[in-house]
Design a binder for this molecule. Structure first.
Ligand SMILES: Cc1cc2nc3c(=O)[nH]c(=O)nc-3n(C[C@H](O)[C@H](O)[C@H](O)COP(=O)(O)OP(=O)(O)OC[C@H]3O[C@@H](n4cnc5c(N)ncnc54)[C@H](O)[C@@H]3O)c2cc1C
Length: 477
C-alpha cells in the first residue's frame, strides 16, 4: 500500500523541484606587502582549522610553494564535513551531505582527482500530511505559500529593510505557515526566522543540492586535505597579531611564528573566546562575529531496515506541520537503510539539550506519526549529532541576525595585513555551505599571496585560483 502511494506521489512531485521549495528561495583590504621579517618565522602562513576553508587555503598555499601549516584542534580534518564509516558501516555524513551546484562547485569538481564519485540527487521533495502524501493541489498551495514568503522577504531586502524575516511573512500563508517557517528558517538557516536577517536570507545562493558524494562529502573533503602539512590535536589558544615580526600563535604543542594567519574556526568558536586575540579584535570585527553566530542544526540518523517507507534513494520529505516540532527526512541514503531526520532552530536546540536518547525517541515518534507505528519495528542502529555542544564547532552554520547583513564583509577585512578570517561565515551568498567555506579559504590565501608579492603581477580578480564572486542571487520561482 505504501508503495502504491509512493509511486503515485512521485509522479505528483515531478514538476516541483527542490529549488522550488528551498529558501535560497531562498574589503577586501588592499594589503601592503609585509616587508622584511626581522626574525625567522616557522612558516609563512599558519591556518587555524582544517575544515573545508582551511584545506582550500592550504592547497592554494602549497600550490604557490609557500611554507604553511594547518593547525587543527581535533584528531581529524574536515570539521563540519565528516563522514562516519563506523556507526552504521556505510557512509554517514554527520553534517554536510548535499552538494550544491555540482557542475560549478569547486569541491565537487575535485572529486575525480580524489577518485570519488558524485551521484546526481533526485529532484523534488515529497510532503506528508499526516499519514498520506500531499495531493497535487496541496503541493501547489505549499509552493505558492513559499513563493509569497520569499517574495515578501526579497522585496523588503531590496528596499534595505534588514529586519527579522519573520516580520515579513504574509498573512495569506494560511495553514502552510509553519511549514514555510521551517523551510526558510531552521532548514535553510539553522535559526528561526525571528532571528534571521531578511537581507542575509534574500542574498543566499540557491541551496538546492543536486549531487551527493557516494563515499560521503566528508570523505571527499578529507581526501582533498590529505597530504597537506597538518598538526592534529593541536588547539590554538592565542593569536598575537600586531607584532612587528608577523604573528605568534600559542598552541597545545607550543609557540609558532608566522608571517600571516588565516583563522577558519566557526563564528560560534570565535564568539566563545576559546582563542584569545592580542590585541583584542577591533569592535567592528567582534560585533560582526556576534551577529553571525550559528544557529542549531542537528541530525538524527536511524537505520531502517527493509525500506518501510517505500521511498527511493535520497528521497527528501517534509511534512505539513502544525508547529515548530518538525524536521526533514532524507530516506535510503545512497541506497542504504540509513535515514536521517534533521531538526534545527529553537526546537532543535531544546531537543538536543535533552540528549541523544530524547532526540532518537523524537525521530521515531515523528516518523510513526507520518508513516504508522510499525516503523518502529524497522529501527536498527541509531545516532544523533550534537554539533551545538561540540566546543570546536558550537552550532549549525552562521546566519546573520536582523540588522547584521553587512557583517560578512566586515569579517573578511584583513587586519594589519597579517590576520585573515575565512570559513563559511565569510561568504556573502554561499554561507552555510562547503563550497562557500572552500571559496573563502582560497580567497584569503590569494590575498595573502598578493600581500607577499607572489601574485603581484596578476590583477586581483584574475589571479590564478582567485575566487569568482557570485553576484548576490535571489531565487525566483
Ligand atoms: C548538520 C549540518 C548539515 C549541513 N549540511 C550541509 C550540506 O548538506 N551541504 C553543504 O554544503 N553544507 C552543509 N552544512 C554546512 C557545512 O558543513 C559548513 O558550512 C562547512 O563545512 C564549514 O566549513 P568551515 O571550514 O568554514 O568550518 P569548519 O568545518 O567548522 O572548520 C573549522 C575547523 O576549526 C577547528 N577548530 C576549532 N577550534 C579550533 C582551535 N582553537 N584551534 C584549531 N582548530 C580549531 C575545528 O575542529 C574545525 O575542524 C551543514 C552543516 C551542519 C552542521
Amino acid at each position: 500500500m505504501v508503495r502504491c502511494v509512493k509511486h503515485k506521489h512521485s509522479e505528483t512531485m515531478r514538476g516541483i523541484s527542490r529549488r522550488s521549495l528551498l529558501t535560497g528561495a531562498a574589503s577586501l583590504v588592499a594589503a601592503p606587502a609585509l616587508g622584511a621579517i626581522s626574525r625567522p618565522t616557522d612558516v609563512d602562513v599558519a591556518i587555524i582549522g582544517a575544515g573545508a576553508a582551511g584545506i582550500a587555503a592550504g592547497r592554494r598555499l602549497a600550490a604557490a610553494g609557500q611554507r604553511y601549516v594547518l593547525i587543527e584542534a581535533s584528531p581529524r580534518v574536515g570539521g563540519r564535513c565528516y563522514t562516519d564509516m563506523t556507526t552504521f558501516g556505510v557512509p554517514y555524513d554527520r553534517a554536510a551531505r548535499g552538494i550544491r551546484g555540482r557542475e560549478t562547485n569547486p569541491v565537487a569538481k575535485l572529486a575525480a582527482e580524489a577518485k570519488l564519485d558524485i551521484d546526481p540527487a533526485p529532484r523534488g521533495q515529497r510532503v506528508r500530511i499526516g499519514r498520506r502524501n500531499a495531493r497535487e493541489g496541496e503541493l501547489e498551495d505549499f509552493l505558492a505559500a513559499s513563493v509569497r514568503a520569499n517574495r515578501a522577504i526579497g522585496d523588503a531586502a531590496r528596499s534595505g529593510r534588514d529586519i527579522a524575516a519573520a516580520q515579513l511573512l504574509p498573512r495569506e500563508l494560511a495553514d502552510w505557515r509553519t511549514s514555510v517557517e521551517f523551510l526558510l528558517g531552521p532548514y535553510a538557516t539553522s535559526k528561526d526566522l525571528t532571528e534571521v536577517s531578511a537581507v542575509d536570507l534574500a542574498r543566499a545562493a540557491d541551496r538546492e543540492p543536486n549531487g551527493f558524494c557516494r563515499q560521503g562529502y566528508g570523505a571527499l573533503v578529507a581526501k582533498l586535505g590529505s597530504g597537506l602539512r597538518t598538526q592534529l590535536d593541536n588547539p590554538v589558544t592565542r593569536v598575537e597579531w600586531a607584532g612587528r615580526d608577523g604573528v605568534a600563535l600559542d598552541t597545545r604543542q607550543g609557540r609558532l611564528a608566522a608571517r600571516a594567519v588565516i583563522v577558519t574556526v566557526s563564528t560560534g568558536v570565535l564568539a566563545s573566546d576559546a582563542i584569545r586575540f592580542t590585541p583584542e579584535l577591533p569592535k567592528r570585527h567582534s560585533d560582526a562575529i556576534a551577529r553571525l553566530k550559528p544557529g542549531t542544526y542537528e541530525r538524527i540518523a536511524l537505520e531502517l531496515n527493509g525500506n518501510p517507507f517505500g521511498l527511493s534513494r535520497d528521497d527528501l520529505v517534509f511534512e505539513k506541520s502544525d508547529g515548530p516540532r518538525t524536521g526533514a527526512l532524507l530516506a535510503n541514503i545512497g541506497r542504504t537503510p540509513l535515514c536521517t531526520i534533521d531538526v534545527g532552530g529553537a526546537f532543535g536546540r531544546d531537543l538536543a539539550a535533552q540528549g541523544e536518547a530524547a532526540m532518537i525517541a523524537y525521530a521515531a515518534d515523528w516518523l510513526a506519526g507520518l508513516y504508522g507505528g510499525d516503523i518502529r519495528k524497522s529501527v536498527g542502529r541509531s545516532h544523533a549529532t550534537r554539533w551545538s555542544s561540540d566546543p570546536l564547532i558550537r552550532g549549525g552554520w552562521s546566519s546573520a541576525s536582523p540588522g547584521g547583513a553587512g557583517s560578512r564583509a566586515v569579517l573578511r577585512e584583513a587586519l594589519s595585513a597579517r590576520l585573515w578570517f575565512a570559513g563559511e561565515a565569510a561568504h556573502d551568498t554561499a554561507w552555510g555551505s562547503v563550497e562557500g567555506a572552500w571559496e573563502t579559504g582560497e580567497r584569503a590565501a590569494n590575498e595573502i599571496l598578493r600581500s607577499f608579492g607572489v601574485l603581484r603581477d596578476e590583477p586581483a580578480a584574475k589571479a590564478k585560483g582567485a575566487v569568482k564572486r557570485s553576484a548576490p542571487k535571489r531565487q525566483e520561482f
